[in-house]
Design a binder for this molecule. Structure first.
Ligand SMILES: NC(=O)c1ccc[n+]([C@@H]2O[C@H](COP(=O)([O-])OP(=O)(O)OC[C@H]3O[C@@H](n4cnc5c(N)ncnc54)[C@H](OP(=O)(O)O)[C@@H]3O)[C@@H](O)[C@H]2O)c1
Length: 267
């Protein structure tokens, strides 16, 4: 474990959970497999798990709760997110408590606003999140899918806590955040957490990734993951042991600065 996230030492990347136990609605068919896969990832050293109240209408949080129940909670870093229809004060506090019940835990390490909602004043939402921190239900707060202006508004609204992270889509194929939100977060000391960081595994069409992968006896997925690790904390999702092993293989090498620049400058 060599990375830092919200002042904690954590695994080099975390594990996403979109699709675990269903997508927008619960689908319990493969629940056992999902719990086993999450435990496989944790046993292999991945100690950050990203989930959300919206995933499978709460069922994903239940499966994460079941998976983590056999581990020492303090060894794990659990991220969950409040859906953007729950951003008014009372709704948010209720949503957070429901998430914690489903996760069978007394606190979340990082609680994020899943998507902005212009119809609720950001000050109200941030103040409710700060209350959660004071009450010990949440250790850090942050946002997701916020652009520069929305980030600045959230940071201005925060009075007693920092906005610790912004979770955004960022991958070798989705590089636009490098132009604005990533530099803004770097300058502001806000962690960038990258979602869909391996483009759902669809990376083989990139010659640039394949060329550099061959040099390291690695795979294009591993090079794509290493690329986003330079400027963000990625949370790829996998429910397959073989794919989890492949993701972990990204820890066995690093890109040289020249290789990184080569990837950066042309696709
Ligand atoms: N904040 C937001 O709005 C937001 C939006 C989207 C996602 N997220 C979070 O970010 C996480 C990651 O994003 P994502 O799930 O959209 O995309 P992703 O991590 O880029 O891709 C996940 C897909 O790639 C497959 N995969 C995993 N390892 C692979 C490998 N080594 N080779 C080939 N395919 C592989 C997985 O299948 P298997 O399971 O079969 O391995 C899964 O279908 C989500 O799970 C979620 O927690 C957040």
């Amino acid at each position: 474990m060599t990375r830092s996230l919200c002042k904690r030492t954590v695994s080099d990347f975390g594990m996403g959970t979109w699709g675990v136990g269903g997508k927008s609605a619960p689908d319990p068919k493969e629940d056992d497999l999902h719990v086993e896969s999450l435990r496989y990832a944790i046993d292999k050293g991945i100690n950050v798990i990203d989930t959300a109240e919206m995933y499978a209408s709460g069922h994903t949080e239940e499966l994460v709760g079941k998976a983590i129940s056999i581990y020492d909670r303090e060894d794990l870093f659990i991220i969950t997110k409040v859906w953007n229809t729950h951003l008014m004060r009372d709704d948010l506090i209720k949503a957070a408590k429901h998430s914690l019940e489903r996760l069978h835990t007394s606190y979340a390490d990082l609680y994020l606003i899943h998507w902005p909602n212009q119809s609720v004043p950001i000050g109200e939402t941030i103040s409710a999140m700060e209350q959660l921190v004071r009450d010990g239900l949440v250790r850090s707060i942050g946002v997701s899918n916020f652009g520069v202006t929305e980030m600045q508004e959230a940071m201005d609204a925060a009075k007693t806590c920092d906005i610790a992270a912004n979770q955004i889509e960022y991958s070798y194929g989705k590089r636009s955040p490098e132009n604005d939100i990533i530099p803004f977060c770097e300058k502001s000391g806000v962690e960038v957490i990258a979602y869909t960081p391996i483009m759902k595994g669809n990376v083989n069409s990139y010659d640039s990734l394949r060329r550099i992968a061959a040099k390291h006896d690695a795979t294009p997925v591993q090079v794509a993951l290493r690329y986003v690790m330079r400027k963000s904390y990625p949370i790829p999702k996998s429910s397959s042991k073989g794919n989890i092993d492949e993701l972990l293989g990204a820890n066995a090498f690093d890109l040289t600065d020249a290789e990184y620049m080569q990837l950066h400058d042309k696709q």
